[in-house]
Ligand binder design. Structure first.
Ligand code: ADP
Length: 814
């Protein structure tokens, strides 16, 4: 020790104790060691370190309690009325005798037969009392001053220990601050009168100095150890504590390392005074806090970044013209912008964090914000709540001022719901205009078609009558004229049909049923349509389609239309006794179908033109009939099926038109055998039910019909009848009287929904269950189908077990 005395004083022993942190007492707990140290060093009956518990009425809990040389179990007692209460408010309480008379309300003093008491507060880093350290003696004490000094020295140490214990619990998983603090702590003492500094070796080690150079720098007149920027504050704090010796000295400053770098330290201490009340010594602990400073710094940076990010976010959110709100996982409002609040000015008092979505929507409905809710408030509100919970799609609502709002909400990974409410009134208006324009266009086209067909009907009808009137035969010239009339009329009819078809496709009104389609079926059906024309022109049609490469994804009926067009062109623009050859190939995941002729060919620079409406490339001056629209329609249709179309040609040798389409699933024969083995159970179940069961299948695609035939084959005593069109189905339904109708939706002519309506309207057929089987798997279409009254809506590709289950359920319901 700096004093160098032979027998250490109690104060010196206290400093040593602090420096050792009570170690050297074997396994004894720090606070117990401290209590024992006090009874021994100061020769008093009792000593204790206690923590203050302010959770309710203030209670004192001892952490270490000693009676003479033994440890007692810890106790708790109320602060009120005890001398300890005085310690907490004044910092120190010191009585050399007769304490019981001063604190008559403290029974413990009587129990323990106490005469003298000295207590010193344990201050926390933020100057709140965290507890106290005290000695109690059953006799009068002569030297309470030394006791006070010793307690003061140990108080800093104990307070630190308590705080570190708290840190320890808080930071258990991490490397605890407590351990670090103790590793990085040193005791220091400043002999004020002699201006001599003593610091225990740990600080020297931390800073990396040799013994002699350290004592030199430590006592250098300019405090060279302290960072130049910290010197002023450091002096200031020293001056303050000397002026007010009862206060605690506290300082954070940087000290110079041997390496030239600086480290942060925190020093705490208390002043000891002589009898005259003059400060003689300032002593305490110094702690390496560089890690904490670094943490604080990065925490500070992070906090600042977080604050900046939040500010930026809320700035952005507030600058949105659209209303924006976030609800938490419990559907309570967390954040919203100005627009959201303004929009709800009538319920302004509810627009604050914590209000539930339901409260807001209920209040809005009550104020009439949503005209659509009037008369069905509860249902409407429930629907909104469900939508809000799902937050999966955008919904639009009409407001009382006529505006339309689109609400788009999404769930975040944290379970919050983030929503934007956009005014879509203008968009709605535009949509309504577009819809009515489109409707007007469709109406115009259909009335045009009607207006043109009616006189054309008369022209063609009377023309034929004239031609065929055996009683009043026409002259040759008249015959030629009538032939012209009939040819031109026929041409006009084709033109009207094609123009209308093209208009329908261009208007996006064409619904496709894209599914597995066997090209060999398509071609077989087309050949029967064009064969007579081919024969008339002496053209041979060669079908070289590869059955292995025949399945495509396409709309059966529209595909037929394309192939008929290409075959007809191949025939029309061919030479006499030429040929048209059909073939198919596989290229990656596509199937290429080619239709090659031996005709005149087309110049390469005109390939593009072919697919433009009304382009006939000179054919208009020839005898060959045509409108120039066919290939345009083909191209549009093929593109709607996700395919492509093109031509390669050599003038004088012939042309090859090709179509490429996505390849379909494997051939039906294979897939049904696979499915059949997979579904033995439903088969057995179906077999168990007896009785004749007849099914009518309305489907244009023969591939699907074949598949369905095989499925129905699995059901005992069931029979399948099929037809290609809804019109035909309505004609035959009464004679078949089916137990079940399976209905494709996209059919040539009348569609499945229209057919269903007709079936429902007639008492004979209204009770037959009708199941939709469609390639259109869009949720809205399914919804529309179910709303139209289908018993069920199945999507293609057809699943065998689904069909069997339905048949089973209908049979068992009968
Ligand atoms: P259309 O045959 O009614 O004139 P298309 O759109 O089917 O109309 O064909 C457009 C034009 O392309 C035809 O007028 C013809 O000049 C040319 N064309 C079509 N197919 C062939 C072909 N296989 N060989 C030569 N020219 C063809």
């Amino acid at each position: 020790m700096a004093t160098g005395s032979e027998t250490p004083t109690a104060t010196e022993l206290a400093l040593q104790f602090a420096a050792r942190r009570g170690r050297g007492n074997g396994e004894t707990d720090f606070f117990e060691a401290m209590a024992l140290f006090l009874t021994e060093t100061l020769g008093v009956t009792y000593a204790f370190v206690a923590e203050l518990d302010n959770a309710g009425a203030p209670v004192v809990n001892t952490l270490g309690l000693a009676e003479n040389q033994s440890i007692l179990s810890n106790i708790s007692y109320p602060l009120e009325g005890s001398p300890c209460a005085n310690v907490m408010t004044k910092g120190v309480c010191q009585h050399s005798r007769d304490i019981q008379t001063k604190y008559p309300d403290d029974p413990m003093l009587v129990d323990m037969n106490v005469q003298a008491y000295v207590g010193v507060v344990l201050p926390s880093a933020n100057h709140e009392p965290v507890g106290h350290i005290a000695i109690i003696h059953t006799e009068e004490m002569t030297d309470t001053e030394t006791a006070k000094q010793v307690l003061s020295i140990l108080s800093t140490c104990a307070a630190w220990e308590i705080e570190h214990l708290k840190y320890e619990t808080k930071l258990k998983e991490s490397d605890t601050l407590y351990k670090r603090a103790m590793q990085h702590a040193a005791v220091w003492e400043w002999n004020i009168q002699e201006d001599d500094f003593f610091v225990s070796t740990r600080l020297r080690e931390i800073l990396g100095y040799e013994e002699t150079e350290f004592s030199k720098i430590l006592n250098s007149p300019n405090y060279d150890l302290v960072h130049p920027d910290d010197k002023a504050g450091y002096y200031e704090r020293l001056k303050t504590v000397l002026a007010f010796p009862e206060t605690i000295y506290e300082s954070e400053h940087r000290l110079l390392e041997k390496s030239g770098e600086y480290r942060w330290f925190e020093a705490r201490g208390r002043v000891a005074c002589n009898e005259a009340g003059e400060p003689t010594q300032l002593s305490g602990l110094v702690l390496d806090i560089s890690d904490r400073k670094e943490m604080e710094q990065s925490l500070g940076d992070a906090t600042e970044r977080a604050i900046r990010a939040e500010r930026r976010l809320s700035g952005a959110v507030n600058s949105l013209e659209d209303a924006f709100a976030i609800f938490d996982a419990d559907d309570r409002l967390v954040m919203f912008n100005e627009t959201y609040r303004k929009e709800r000015s009538k319920i302004a008092d509810l627009i604050k964090p914590g209000t539930s979505f339901e409260e807001i929507i209920r209040a809005s409905v009550k104020h009439g914000r949503f005209p659509d809710a009037i008369g069905c408030e509860d249902d409407w509100i429930q629907e909104r709540i469900d939508e809000h919970r799902k937050s999966s799609k955008s919904v639009e609502h009409r407001l009382d001022d006529g505006r339309w709002m689109r609400v788009s909400e999404r769930k975040t990974p944290d379970g919050d719901t983030v929503g934007v409410r956009v005014d879509v009134s203008l968009f709605k208006q535009a949509q309504e205009i577009a819809e009515s324009a489109n409707k007007a266009k469709s109406e115009f086209l259909s009335s045009m078609s009607h207006e043109l067909r009616t006189p054309l009907n008369a022209i063609l009808g009377f023309g034929q009558l004239l031609r065929n009137d055996g009683k009043n035969p026409l002259s040759d010239a008249q015959q030629r004229a009538v032939k012209h009339i009939l040819n031109s009329g026929g041409h006009l009819l084709t033109l009207i049909d094609e123009v209308l078809d093209l208009a329908k496709i261009e208007a996006g009104q064409e619904r496709m049923s894209i599914e597995n389609t066997e090209m060999s079926d398509v071609i077989e059906s087309c050949l029967s349509l064009v064969q007579s024309t081919a024969d008339k022109h002496g053209i041979k049609i060669i079908d070289s389609l590869d059955p292995e490469h025949s399945m495509v994804m396409a709309d059966y009926t529209r595909m037929k239309q394309v192939i008929v067009n290409l075959l007809t062109n191949g025939i029309k623009y061919n030479k006499e006794h030429g040929s048209v050859t059909l073939a198919s190939y596989r290229t990656d995941d596509k199937i290429r179908i080619t239709i090659s002729d031996t005709g005149l060919g087309i110049e390469e620079d005109r390939y593009e033109e072919l697919f433009h409406p009304f382009a006939r490339l000179g054919a208009e001056t020839s005898e060959i009939e045509g409108t120039g629209i066919g290939l345009t329609i083909c191209k549009r249709l093929i593109e709607l099926m996700d395919g492509s179309i093109g031509v390669e040609s050599k003038v004088g040798e012939g042309s090859t038109f090709w179509i490429e389409l996505p390849a379909g699933a494997p051939r039906v024969a294979e897939s049904i055998s696979e499915i059949a083995t997979e579904t033995e159970e439903p088969k057995a179940a179906a077999e168990a039910t007896k009785g004749h069961f007849s099914v009518l299948y309305v489907e244009d695609n023969p591939t699907n019909i074949r598949l369905m035939e095989q499925i129905i084959d699995l059901v005992t005593d069931a029979e399948l009848r099929s037809t290609h069109t809804a019109e035909n189905a309505l004609e035959i339904v009464n004679s078949i009287d089916p137990d079940l109708i399976l209905m494709d939706i996209n059919l040539p002519g009348m569609n499945g929904i229209q057919a269903l309506n007709r079936l429902r309207a007639s008492p004979d057929t209204s009770s037959i269950p009708v199941i939709a089987i469609s390639a259109d798997a869009i949720p809205e279409s399914i919804q529309r189908g179910l709303e139209a009254g289908f018993h069920a809506y199945l999507t293609k590709p057809i699943r065998v077990d689904e069909i069997l289950d339905i048949i089973e359920s209908i049979r068992s319901a009968d």
